[in-house]
Design a protein around this ligand. Structure first.
Ligand code: NAD
Length: 328
């Protein structure tokens, strides 16, 4: 099949080329959106990632150009209008799970770095500053950690933190019996937010979870608590979180995702004037750590993404059951 691959960087090209099962791949650095939809002429499938815009308008444009399949190189599908794709008869296939440990380990890295300030210590020592002033942290052992969403990634975070000796509380619409057996306590969302020293978000972004963390829910947090989000930026109302940081209601914030990340993340903007005042305000806090959506970025995860993406394309080409189809 002729596949147009959008939003590609060197690593996408490397891993997709290595695991290609015989398709013609054309790599576009540009994201898919209404302005770039014309590029898909002559392609049967498009392959997209987290910040491509696949709304009803884009879907209708690419359908007119002959596209019959969308393959996502990710698990989340909040950037695709699934109902519109269904109505046009375009199946949307995703990579439901690829090394959840990759994202879970990055989540814990954010917790540990924010807590023990290793990023600051690294810079200090390089400048000959061996002082411990302002590097004081806390033990994760015996701390209460609240996990919101205990699917593949949330569960992997629970398993790691269980090894640290944390008291793990969780909220999910579907509690997991294996985690309960491990000692994880499920409780209503409000209780988890109220009791936890560290809250980590791992539920999907949907209408019901958009701005789950907002001025009201932030009031429930323990003063000085840590909030980590490696799921999707839209789970957090950013201006409300900035206010909570200014009030010191929130003690630490670790983000791998950001609601407006589409125009920033994955790009080197070091010589540009960044126009997004919210992210610049966030960066200015000493207790905020932001990484640019790199939770998935391990060799193992990229291999699984490539392998599953081609398994999805092959199943479509062979008219087999589409096990990874996103359904509404
Ligand atoms: P998953 O589908 O395995 O798990 C999601 C869990 O959230 C499920 O257990 C589900 O029952 C639960 N859930 C649904 N609605 C909820 C609600 N309202 N409140 C609480 N829980 C709810 O997904 P996953 O693979 O664990 O991925 C979790 C998130 O991480 C996704 O949003 C995905 O987009 C994101 N993600 C981020 C990266 C990254 O690089 N940072 C990489 C992969 C995935």
């Amino acid at each position: 099949m002729n596949i147009a691959v959008f939003s590609t960087y060197s690593y996408d090209e490397e891993f997709l080329t290595q695991h290609n099962t015989g398709h013609n791949l054309t790599f576009f650095k540009l994201p898919l959106n209404l302005q770039t939809a014309n590029l898909v002429q002559g392609f049967t499938a498009v392959c997209v990632f987290v910040n491509d815009t696949v709304n009803a308008e884009v879907l209708s444009a690419i359908k007119q150009h002959g596209v019959r399949l969308i393959v996502l190189r990710c698990a989340g599908f909040n950037n695709v209008d699934i109902k519109a794709a269904d109505a046009l008869g375009i199946p949307v296939l995703r990579v439901p799970a690829y090394s959840p440990e990759a994202v879970a380990e990055h989540t814990v890295a954010l917790m540990l770095t924010l807590n023990r300030k290793t990023h600051k210590a690294y810079n200090r020592v390089r400048e000959g500053n061996f002082s411990l002033e302002r590097l004081l942290g806390f033990n994760l052992h015996n701390r209460k950690v609240g996990i919101i969403g205990t699917g593949n990634i949330g569960k992997a975070v629970c398993n790691i933190l269980n090894g640290f000796g944390c008291n793990i509380y969780a909220y999910d619409v579907y509690p997991d019996a294996a985690l309960e057996a491990l000692g994880v306590t499920y409780a209503p969302l409000e209780d988890v937010l109220r009791d936890a020293d560290v809250v980590s978000l791992h539920c999907p972004l949907m209408e019901g979870t958009r701005h789950l963390i907002n001025a009201e829910t932030l009031k429930l947090f323990k003063p000085g608590a840590m909030l980590i989000n490696t799921s999707r930026g839209g789970l957090i109302n950013t201006p409300d979180v900035i206010e909570a940081l200014k009030d010191r209601q929130l003690g630490y914030l670790g983000l791998d995702v950001y609601e407006q990340e589409g125009s920033l993340f994955f790009q080197d903007l070091s010589e540009d004037v960044i126009q997004d005042d919210l992210i610049m305000r966030l960066i200015s806090f000493p207790n905020v750590l932001i990484t640019s959506h790199q939770g998935f970025f391990t060799r193992e995860a990229l291999e699984q993404i490539a392998t599953t993406t081609f398994a999805n394309v092959d199943a479509f080409a062979a008219q087999q059951e589409l096990v990874n189809r996103v359904v509404v």
